[in-house]
Design a protein around this ligand. Structure first.
Ligand code: URA
Length: 210
Protein backbone atom coordinates (compact mmCIF):
# COMPACT_ATOMS: atom_id res chain seq x y z
CA UNK A 1 0.00 0.00 0.00
CA UNK A 2 2.10 2.78 -1.39
CA UNK A 3 0.55 5.80 0.26
CA UNK A 4 0.19 4.28 3.74
CA UNK A 5 2.68 4.91 6.52
CA UNK A 6 2.54 2.71 9.60
CA UNK A 7 4.31 4.52 12.39
CA UNK A 8 6.36 1.95 14.25
CA UNK A 9 7.59 3.05 17.63
CA UNK A 10 7.85 1.05 20.87
CA UNK A 11 6.14 3.79 22.90
CA UNK A 12 3.24 3.97 20.48
CA UNK A 13 2.91 0.17 20.35
CA UNK A 14 2.84 -0.05 24.14
CA UNK A 15 0.33 2.77 24.58
CA UNK A 16 -1.91 1.32 21.86
CA UNK A 17 -1.95 -2.01 23.68
CA UNK A 18 -3.07 -0.24 26.85
CA UNK A 19 -5.83 1.49 24.88
CA UNK A 20 -7.05 -1.80 23.42
CA UNK A 21 -7.46 -3.44 26.84
CA UNK A 22 -11.09 -3.80 27.78
CA UNK A 23 -10.44 -2.75 31.38
CA UNK A 24 -8.74 0.56 30.51
CA UNK A 25 -10.75 3.44 31.99
CA UNK A 26 -12.17 6.36 30.03
CA UNK A 27 -9.72 8.77 31.64
CA UNK A 28 -6.75 6.56 30.83
CA UNK A 29 -7.99 5.91 27.28
CA UNK A 30 -8.28 9.64 26.69
CA UNK A 31 -4.84 10.46 28.03
CA UNK A 32 -3.23 7.62 26.06
CA UNK A 33 -4.83 8.80 22.83
CA UNK A 34 -3.53 12.29 23.51
CA UNK A 35 -0.02 10.97 24.13
CA UNK A 36 -0.03 8.88 20.95
CA UNK A 37 -1.39 11.86 19.01
CA UNK A 38 1.61 13.94 20.04
CA UNK A 39 3.82 11.30 18.48
CA UNK A 40 1.59 11.14 15.40
CA UNK A 41 1.86 14.90 15.02
CA UNK A 42 5.64 14.59 15.24
CA UNK A 43 5.64 12.09 12.38
CA UNK A 44 3.13 13.76 10.04
CA UNK A 45 4.93 17.10 10.24
CA UNK A 46 8.31 15.58 9.45
CA UNK A 47 8.44 17.18 5.98
CA UNK A 48 7.60 20.75 7.04
CA UNK A 49 10.00 23.19 5.39
CA UNK A 50 12.42 25.27 7.45
CA UNK A 51 14.13 28.55 6.77
CA UNK A 52 17.18 30.04 8.42
CA UNK A 53 16.87 33.06 10.67
CA UNK A 54 19.63 34.97 12.38
CA UNK A 55 19.29 34.74 16.16
CA UNK A 56 21.39 35.69 19.15
CA UNK A 57 22.12 33.13 21.82
CA UNK A 58 23.67 34.31 25.11
CA UNK A 59 27.05 33.47 23.56
CA UNK A 60 26.82 34.48 19.95
CA UNK A 61 24.97 34.90 16.68
CA UNK A 62 23.88 32.03 14.49
CA UNK A 63 21.67 31.14 11.55
CA UNK A 64 19.06 28.91 13.13
CA UNK A 65 16.20 26.94 11.54
CA UNK A 66 12.60 28.04 12.08
CA UNK A 67 9.43 26.81 10.43
CA UNK A 68 8.77 28.62 7.16
CA UNK A 69 6.11 31.18 8.13
CA UNK A 70 4.00 30.57 5.04
CA UNK A 71 3.42 27.00 6.16
CA UNK A 72 0.06 27.27 7.82
CA UNK A 73 -1.78 24.21 9.05
CA UNK A 74 -5.32 23.16 9.81
CA UNK A 75 -6.39 20.04 11.67
CA UNK A 76 -9.85 18.80 10.74
CA UNK A 77 -11.52 16.59 13.30
CA UNK A 78 -14.08 14.10 12.02
CA UNK A 79 -16.75 14.24 14.71
CA UNK A 80 -16.85 12.97 17.23
CA UNK A 81 -13.90 10.69 17.94
CA UNK A 82 -11.51 12.87 15.94
CA UNK A 83 -11.44 15.14 18.98
CA UNK A 84 -9.18 12.64 20.73
CA UNK A 85 -6.44 13.02 18.13
CA UNK A 86 -7.03 16.74 17.66
CA UNK A 87 -6.20 17.52 21.30
CA UNK A 88 -2.81 15.82 21.14
CA UNK A 89 -1.88 17.30 17.77
CA UNK A 90 -2.68 20.82 18.95
CA UNK A 91 -0.34 20.42 21.86
CA UNK A 92 2.57 19.93 19.45
CA UNK A 93 1.40 22.41 16.79
CA UNK A 94 -0.50 25.04 18.80
CA UNK A 95 -0.56 27.51 15.92
CA UNK A 96 -2.63 25.15 13.76
CA UNK A 97 -6.21 26.18 13.10
CA UNK A 98 -9.04 23.74 13.66
CA UNK A 99 -11.99 22.63 11.59
CA UNK A 100 -14.75 20.10 12.21
CA UNK A 101 -16.73 17.89 9.89
CA UNK A 102 -19.71 15.82 10.96
CA UNK A 103 -21.14 13.00 8.86
CA UNK A 104 -23.75 10.39 9.64
CA UNK A 105 -24.72 7.37 7.63
CA UNK A 106 -28.26 7.38 6.26
CA UNK A 107 -29.64 4.10 7.65
CA UNK A 108 -31.62 3.45 4.46
CA UNK A 109 -29.10 4.25 1.76
CA UNK A 110 -25.92 3.92 3.90
CA UNK A 111 -24.66 7.08 2.16
CA UNK A 112 -22.73 9.46 4.49
CA UNK A 113 -24.64 12.73 4.93
CA UNK A 114 -22.87 15.90 6.07
CA UNK A 115 -24.51 17.55 9.08
CA UNK A 116 -21.73 19.92 10.12
CA UNK A 117 -18.80 21.67 8.48
CA UNK A 118 -16.80 24.56 9.88
CA UNK A 119 -13.30 25.40 8.69
CA UNK A 120 -11.02 28.47 8.86
CA UNK A 121 -11.74 31.05 6.16
CA UNK A 122 -8.20 30.77 4.74
CA UNK A 123 -8.24 26.98 4.39
CA UNK A 124 -6.90 27.32 0.83
CA UNK A 125 -3.58 28.49 2.24
CA UNK A 126 -3.22 25.65 4.73
CA UNK A 127 -1.83 22.13 4.86
CA UNK A 128 -4.66 19.98 6.13
CA UNK A 129 -4.55 17.00 8.51
CA UNK A 130 -7.83 15.11 8.67
CA UNK A 131 -8.01 13.13 11.91
CA UNK A 132 -10.20 10.20 12.99
CA UNK A 133 -8.93 7.41 15.28
CA UNK A 134 -10.56 4.50 13.46
CA UNK A 135 -10.32 3.87 9.71
CA UNK A 136 -12.81 1.01 9.47
CA UNK A 137 -14.93 0.68 6.28
CA UNK A 138 -13.43 3.91 4.99
CA UNK A 139 -16.89 5.27 4.04
CA UNK A 140 -16.66 8.26 6.36
CA UNK A 141 -13.04 8.96 5.48
CA UNK A 142 -13.77 8.83 1.74
CA UNK A 143 -16.76 11.18 2.12
CA UNK A 144 -14.86 13.59 4.37
CA UNK A 145 -11.86 13.71 2.04
CA UNK A 146 -14.11 14.26 -1.00
CA UNK A 147 -15.88 17.17 0.70
CA UNK A 148 -12.70 18.73 2.07
CA UNK A 149 -10.93 18.48 -1.28
CA UNK A 150 -13.60 20.84 -2.63
CA UNK A 151 -12.17 23.52 -0.30
CA UNK A 152 -8.78 23.35 -2.05
CA UNK A 153 -6.36 23.18 0.89
CA UNK A 154 -2.66 23.26 0.00
CA UNK A 155 -2.31 19.57 0.86
CA UNK A 156 -4.18 16.82 2.70
CA UNK A 157 -2.98 14.01 4.95
CA UNK A 158 -5.28 11.53 6.67
CA UNK A 159 -4.23 10.59 10.19
CA UNK A 160 -5.69 7.73 12.23
CA UNK A 161 -4.78 5.48 15.11
CA UNK A 162 -5.95 2.13 13.84
CA UNK A 163 -6.90 0.94 10.36
CA UNK A 164 -8.57 -2.09 8.83
CA UNK A 165 -7.20 -3.41 5.51
CA UNK A 166 -10.66 -2.92 3.97
CA UNK A 167 -10.74 0.76 4.91
CA UNK A 168 -7.22 1.40 3.67
CA UNK A 169 -8.06 -0.21 0.36
CA UNK A 170 -11.27 1.80 0.03
CA UNK A 171 -9.60 5.16 0.72
CA UNK A 172 -6.68 4.36 -1.54
CA UNK A 173 -9.03 3.37 -4.33
CA UNK A 174 -11.06 6.60 -4.09
CA UNK A 175 -8.26 8.96 -3.10
CA UNK A 176 -4.90 7.49 -4.19
CA UNK A 177 -3.31 10.94 -3.85
CA UNK A 178 -3.93 11.20 -0.09
CA UNK A 179 -1.22 9.91 2.25
CA UNK A 180 -2.57 7.90 5.18
CA UNK A 181 -0.79 7.62 8.54
CA UNK A 182 -1.71 4.98 11.10
CA UNK A 183 -0.06 3.32 14.07
CA UNK A 184 -1.35 -0.20 13.29
CA UNK A 185 -3.26 -2.23 10.73
CA UNK A 186 -5.57 -4.81 12.28
CA UNK A 187 -7.00 -8.01 10.84
CA UNK A 188 -10.42 -7.23 9.41
CA UNK A 189 -13.89 -5.80 10.06
CA UNK A 190 -16.74 -7.57 11.81
CA UNK A 191 -20.26 -7.67 10.37
CA UNK A 192 -21.06 -4.31 12.01
CA UNK A 193 -18.06 -2.56 10.52
CA UNK A 194 -15.98 -2.64 13.71
CA UNK A 195 -12.26 -3.25 13.51
CA UNK A 196 -11.07 -6.66 14.81
CA UNK A 197 -9.46 -7.07 17.25
CA UNK A 198 -9.48 -3.25 17.44
CA UNK A 199 -10.39 -1.43 20.62
CA UNK A 200 -14.16 -1.14 20.41
CA UNK A 201 -16.02 2.09 19.77
CA UNK A 202 -13.43 4.85 20.00
CA UNK A 203 -16.03 7.59 20.57
CA UNK A 204 -17.72 5.69 23.40
CA UNK A 205 -14.42 4.83 25.03
CA UNK A 206 -13.16 8.39 24.69
CA UNK A 207 -16.27 10.06 26.07
CA UNK A 208 -17.55 7.30 28.36
CA UNK A 209 -20.89 7.12 26.60
CA UNK A 210 -21.46 3.39 26.90
N1 URA B 1 -15.39 3.05 14.75
C1 URA B 1 -14.96 2.72 15.99
O1 URA B 1 -15.05 3.51 16.92
N2 URA B 1 -14.46 1.48 16.19
C2 URA B 1 -14.35 0.59 15.20
O2 URA B 1 -13.87 -0.51 15.44
C3 URA B 1 -14.79 0.96 13.91
C4 URA B 1 -15.31 2.21 13.71
Amino acid sequence: MSNVTVINHPLIAHKLTLMRREETSTAKFRSLLKEISLLLAYEVTRDLPLKLEEIKTPLGVMEAPVLAPEKKMVVISIMRAGQGILDGMLELIPSARVGHIGLYRDPRTLIPIEYYLKVPHDVEERDMFIVDPMLATGNTAVAAISRLKELNPTSIKFVCLLAAPEGLEHVQEEHPDIPIYTTAIDECLDEHGYILPGLGDAGDRLFGTK
